[in-house]
Write a protein that binds this ligand. Structure first.
Ligand code: NAI
Ligand code: 15L
Length: 269
């Protein structure tokens, strides 16, 4: 098949940098964009997602958008409103007007962060799927609920296909005990984004995005249905992490609520 041209927003960020290195191996050609210059990408487009015209220009002519750009943790409502809510709206309006058929949206575990874990996971009460009510744990998580809603609207009304990936914790390696459950390795992230870009699906599909973690409590069936085959398991780091941080206290937020520490964050005002 012909290589697809993909607009990668948030290309200078943590996940964007990992995908810049890993996606070309899947034969995707990247057009990088960010608010700041993208290291080693002199052709990257530098603009603010709040600028509708710049977003439209960036989207023109691509086969798909991988939308990572925006604020990736809790912030003031105003900041989230501009970068994440208006930003996502501009991406979908551009996609609609330019006739781009597909978006992969970087959603988050924090869209459903107040979901109780109730001893889920291996040997527990079963895994948490994607057909659960929104329960954002922050204004940040709320912006991901908005993004998923926007994806659904543009699927139903305009036939734009979106795969929303509720990412757990995508970092080079797990660094906390919670991440033994939530880790998405960079290589598995690239596998999942590739599956989301190429799977023969339409409409709005929501998938959980973690590696094949022994301690995972998220159902990966929706992602596997797209062709995602995770190869990494955070358990490889368990001995080291437990030696440093210990097991999760059963009555602490990390063991009780899906969003862990974000459920207790007070936003800056
Ligand atoms: P990051 O904060 O490292 O990267 C986000 C990028 O978006 C930055 O390079 C930033 O400059 C850019 N950006 C921020 N505001 C912008 C604006 N107004 N206009 C244009 N660009 C703007 O975040 P990371 O970790 O790379 O995450 C990427 C995406 O994945 C984010 O949407 C995040 O919410 C989502 N995600 C990440 C998780 C993770 O574990 N890394 C977990 C769940 C979701
Ligand atoms: C997220 O949504 C954040 O973007 C990321 O920085 C991590 O905090 C991650 O969730 C997590 O829950 O570990």
């Amino acid at each position: 098949t012909m290589p697809q041209t993909i607009l990668l927003t948030g290309a200078a960020g943590g996940v964007g940098s990992m995908l810049r290195h890993l996606l070309p191996a899947f034969d995707h050609r990247l057009r990088c964009a960010d608010l700041v210059a993208v290291p080693n990408e002199p052709d990257a487009l530098v603009f603010d997602l709040r600028d509708a015209d710049a977003v439209r220009e960036a989207v023109r002519g691509v086969d798909a958008v991988v939308h990572l750009g925006g604020i990736s943790q809790e912030d003031t409502f105003q900041a989230i409103l501009g970068a994440n809510i208006e930003g996502a709206y501009h991406v979908y309006e551009a996609v609609r007007q330019e006739g781009v058929p597909r978006v992969v949206f970087a959603s988050s575990n924090h869209a459903v962060g107040f979901t109780p874990l109730e001893g889920r996971g291996p040997g527990g009460a079963g895994l948490i799927g994607t057909a659960i009510p929104p329960r954002p744990d922050t204004y940040y998580g709320l912006s991901k609920v908005f993004g998923e809603g926007l994806a659904q609207l543009y699927a139903d009304k305009y036939g734009v296909t979106t795969v929303s990936v509720r990412i757990g914790s995508c970092f080079p390696r797990p660094t906390t005990t919670r991440m033994l459950s939530t880790w998405l390795s960079p290589a598995d992230c690239a596998r999942l984004v590739h599956a989301a870009l190429t799977a023969p699906v339409t409409g709005h599909v929501v998938v959980n995005g973690i590696s094949a973690n022994t301690r995972g409590w998220w159902d990966l069936a929706p992602a596997r249905a797209l062709g995602y085959e995770p190869r990494d398991d955070a358990e490889e780091y368990a001995a080291e992490i437990i030696a440093e941080h210990g097991e999760l206290p059963p009555d602490g937020v990390d063991a009780r609520l899906l969003g862990g520490p974000f459920t207790g964050i007070e936003p800056p005002r």
